[in-house]
Design a protein around this ligand. Sequence first.
Ligand code: PHE
Length: 341
Amino acid sequence: MKETLEQIRREALAALSETKTAADLEALRVRYLGKKGELTALLKQMGRLSAEERPVMGQLANEVREALTEALARQQTVLEAAALHARLEAETLDVTIPGKPVEVGHKHPMYTVLDEIKDIFIGMGFDILDGPEIEQAEYNFTKLNAPEDHPSRDWTDTFYLTEDSSVLLRSQTSPMQIRAMETRELPIRIISPGRVYRKDEVDATHSPMFHQIEGLVVDKGITMADLKGTLNTVIRQIYGPDTQTRFRPHHFPFTEPSCEVDIQCHKCGGKGCPTCKGEGWIEVLGAGMVHPKVLRNCNVDPDVYSGFAFGFGLERLALGQFKISDMRLIFENDVRFLSQF
Ligand code: PHE
């Protein structure tokens, strides 16, 4: 028995020091110290020993058990420490590694300008109207007093969607004048921003799709002075309080009289430079007093009511405001360009 006890001690201690995991350790504990373990089994045989042998073997057996218990506890500490170390190693955070930057998007510069303009008009009591980009020729041209042979009606200028030229991609936001008068109570004060389409070649100042902001005011006693006052106020809010404007006579089928409005070049202050093509002035919008025929086409009595209308090119405003030299940049959506604003 003494031999067996010594052997158990040797083997168990050797096996214990080899264990790598808590599970291995537990298996050894069961194998030697468990209820059906080797040492336990041996102790059960004590009764068969002689009276002299029993205390000696008993003491040895206790020693072995204590040695194993102690070794188990020690190895458990060792394994726990190793496990903790491994975990810390695996979960190490290197706080010195630069983070991955998150690219945050932001508003397109043209929509920044549009929002500004909406705010200005809302502040003056205007409503914002939305309208269809697929439009009837009736609204885009006929009711706006454009004669059948007007050049803008040509297939080389306008994108028609039907063979009979009755449906098209609107070439201007002016059909919203008609839609506003047909659907709204008088007096009317609206702006209507949106996309328009023309068969233009793409260059620094042209694109087959661009944005306009249409404006319409109809009330009793509206005069050219209201047109000038309103547009001057808006232009000076956009371009600065000292901006000089010039109202040049022009012609549109749906306004009479008509004008184009120029601002003094913000780049050269009127001396003439590449931005204003040497003119000293930059055209920013078309406008005029709503033609009596257009009012009549919408069942508004021109003897009682009068109005003015105007149309801004939104891209041109954004180009001017952000000093962008080429309109194509507005549409290309190159993030390197857009993120500058
Ligand atoms: N629709 C005209 C254009 O596209 C602009 C305009 C609008 C002119 C309203 C007068 C009144 O050029």
